[in-house]
Design a protein around this ligand. Structure first.
Ligand SMILES: [Zn+2]
Length: 334
């Protein structure tokens, strides 16, 4: 286990909105980037979609509930501050959470909640008696994170197969990236069963906040380890319903294409793309050859829809078979 300190951008502060009256209930929420920190509690009042005229007079000293539609977050924040609100809760306009960004920043804690939770709160507000809520936005931006690394008894890593096991706070992360984490575990099992030597495996933390786990892993390699490491394989989002894609340096791609052909697998190959950022980057940036394997269907990634029920294992077997073959067949010499 490698332990490191990761910094978390402030939009990643997961939190809860607690309904205290009329009956206690906890809703999952996530803080806005550029919003204030602190703990507040008070009445919840409905301020519609955040138009000026929708803020009620009793918004002063209250938490305002806003429905995301066509008013900008900046306007919502300005009006909430002017109305004397102590915090704002913004319900999504589609299922799932979202990461809101306040520019300019606001001193008010701003939370995003699910569309359905917004509807439920408005229903409760329509009843007589009112609603009391409490929320806390943690200003802490440093967290302890971990990589889990498995080495063979030789201690040598000629290859490293890895994937990140973290997710964004509002997604279960079945495809991104429990799929890749599971595949790495299965590769470790089959490599051990086949008696192959000098292959290492890693599950990285803090990928979603800037590839921090894999960057830490690379930074901890000694000169000898760096020389021994011939290639790093990265598995990220391998449970999608799209033809597998391999991205990496040209030699690796050639080898991957040849192997895929021998195995009768259809795989697209490409140089690393800038818009697909994942842990292979940390290795490439350090001059270590790296290959990412993915099923590039990213529609549900980082949404509440990234669940086990939506996982499509169509190509999981193909990617695993190719991954194992890449470890089984020694890399061509330089
Ligand atoms: Zn990912």
């Amino acid at each position: 286990m490698q332990t490191f300190t990761a910094t978390r951008p402030d939009f990643q502060r997961p939190t809860t909105l607690t309904v205290e009256q009329p009956e206690r209930r906890e809703l999952t929420a996530v803080s806005f980037q550029g919003g204030g920190a602190g703990a507040v509690s008070g009445r919840l009042v409905d301020a519609g979609t955040g138009r000026e005229e929708e803020f009620p007079p009793d918004a002063r000293g209250a938490v305002v509930l806003l429905q995301r539609r066509d008013v900008t977050f900046a306007d919502m924040a300005r009006r909430a501050e002017a109305a004397g609100a102590i915090a704002a809760v913004v319900a999504n306009k589609e299922p799932g959470l979202f990461s809101g960004d306040l520019d300019p920043p606001s001193t008010l804690p701003f939370l995003a909640i699910d569309q359905a939770d917004g509807e439920a709160l408005r229903e409760l507000l329509a009843r007589p008696g009112g609603l009391e809520v409490a929320l806390r936005v943690d200003a802490q931006t440093e967290v302890i994170a971990h990589n889990v690394v498995a080495r063979p008894q030789s201690g040598r890593c000629r290859t490293l197969s890895g994937g990140h096991y973290d997710s964004v706070p509002w997604a279960a992360g079945a495809n991104d990236n429990a799929s890749g984490s599971g595949l790495v575990l299965e590769l470790a099992r089959t490599v051990a069963a086949a008696g192959l030597s000098d292959h290492c495996f890693a599950l990285f933390g803090a990928e979603e906040v800037g590839l921090q786990g894999s960057a830490f892993f690379v930074s901890e390699l000694s000169d000898v380890e760096r020389d021994e490491l011939e290639v790093a394989f990265n598995y990220d989002v391998v449970g999608g319903d799209a033809q597998p894609l391999a991205m990496g340096g040209s030699d690796l791609l050639e080898r991957t294409e040849t192997l895929a052909g021998q195995l009768g697998l259809e795989v697209d190959i490409s140089a690393p793309k800038d818009d697909i950022s994942s842990d292979h980057r940390s290795f490439l940036d350090a001059g270590i050859p790296a290959l990412m394997l993915t099923t590039p269907e990213f529609d549900l990634i980082h949404t509440a829809g990234d669940t086990l029920a939506n996982l499509r294992a169509t190509f999981l077997d193909a990617v695993a078979t190719l991954g194992f073959a890449l470890l089984e067949q020694p890399a061509p010499g330089p």
